[in-house]
Write a new protein. Structure first.
Length: 88
């Protein structure tokens, strides 16, 4: 394999790893099972700062501080077009 092709393959792998790392850094993971919660699933945040998925919540003994639903990455970036014309 020529050196230029090998360098290209290494560059592609480095870019792929960097993209995966950046993407996973922004996502929440369960502190207990290390699973990424599904879209629409509720996650629970405790006073200690730990994030626990709905499946592992029953294993926690303390009461969660708050919870929220996992949204898609597009959440908040979409537009809803409404008809603003006056009713005739």
């Amino acid at each position: 394999m020529p050196a230029s092709a090998r360098e290209t393959d290494e560059l592609e792998l480095a870019l792929l790893r960097r993209g995966l790392y950046e993407r996973s850094a922004g996502s929440e993971r369960c502190g207990r099972c290390h699973r990424t919660p599904l879209i629409g699933e509720r996650v629970y945040i405790y006073d200690s700062g730990s994030v626990v998925c709905e499946l592992c919540r029953s294993l926690q003994h303390e009461v969660p501080r708050y919870s929220h639903i996992v949204h898609t990455p597009e959440f908040g970036h979409t537009m809803r077009i409404t008809d603003q014309r006056a009713a005739a």
